[in-house]
Design a protein around this ligand. Structure first.
Ligand code: APR
Length: 240
């Protein structure tokens, strides 16, 4: 496998599935238990803030009982090893996930484009603060004291975070790897097209073919905890 210098990895809910965190569109997945309109939109929040805050309190508590799996650890290993093996080599991890399993596995060059469960965002002063507790009892913002904290999670219709950094990483990429995402939601689902337009090597590691599978040079089907460590071993072996 030829190895590029700058690797961009995109992950979705499938990379955390084997850690016991629901994906979004599988049978009985997260949205099945709650209609999207009921929880993940600004309109839902203004219509029924208690329901939305309680929903995210449940999710925030749930992810803190989960552990990173072999896929998260393999990606952290690649990030640590790659620059040591490939002069000037970088690994940028763009995730749609809002859990902290990549961080807990040791990843650090990480972009959460859909926000983070363990942050709260004050609608009065805009400050984001680390938040592991509940929000449904309307606690005060640590900075301004207003009782205006909301989950720091991107809701449908809002702008994804740090898109300039993501596009920058994509334009410098030599390889783009998509892991555990259905390719159902843009702009994440469009990143593979940027890679193709730039002539960059593309690889998909997924339990089922994603909606954009045909756009990838190669698509490997299987669980992330098997495919990701295998791919990382391959990449690092290729740098000897
Ligand atoms: N290993 C690898 N892939 C897996 C595994 C696994 N163990 N389990 C599931 N998958 C794959 C599924 O085949 C599917 O393609 O992960 C993907 C999960 O797709 P979705 O549930 O649509 O999740 P995701 O692609 O991350 O959703 C994108 O949509 O609802 C919004 O903001 C939300 O970030 C989310 C975005």
């Amino acid at each position: 496998m030829s190895t590029g210098r700058n690797i961009v990895v995109l992950t979705g809910a499938g990379v955390s599935a084997e850690s016991g965190i629901d994906t979004f569109r599988a049978e009985g997945g997260l949205w099945e238990n709650h209609r999207v309109e009921d929880v993940a939109t600004p309109e839902a929040f203004s219509r029924d803030p208690d329901l939305v805050l309680r929903f995210y309190d449940m999710r925030r508590a749930a992810i803190q009982t989960k552990e990173p799996n072999a896929a998260h650890h393999a990606l952290a290993r690649l990030e640590a090893e790659w620059p040591r093996r490939v002069v000037g080599g970088t690994v940028t991890l763009v995730t749609q996930n809002v859990d902290d399993l990549h961080e807990r596995a040791g990843s650090f060059n990480l972009i959460h484009m859909h926000g983070e469960h363990l942050n709260a965002w004050c609608r009065a002063c805009e400050m984001r603060s680390v938040w592991t507790g509940a929000l449904s009892h309307r606690p005060q913002c640590p900075q301004c004291g207003a009782r205006a904290l909301r989950p720091d999670i991107l809701w449908f219709g809002e702008m994804p975070y740090r898109m300039a950094d993501i596009y920058d990483a994509m334009h410098n990429a030599d390889m783009f790897v998509s892991i555990g995402t259905s390719g159902a939601v843009y702009p994440a689902a469009g990143l593979v097209r940027i890679a193709r337009d730039n002539g960059v090597q593309t690889l998909e590691l997924n339990l089922d073919p994603s909606q954009g599978s045909d756009l990838f040079d190669e698509s490997r089907i299987g669980p992330a905890t098997r495919l990701v460590p295998g791919w990382v071993d391959e990449m690092l072996a290729g740098t000897k």
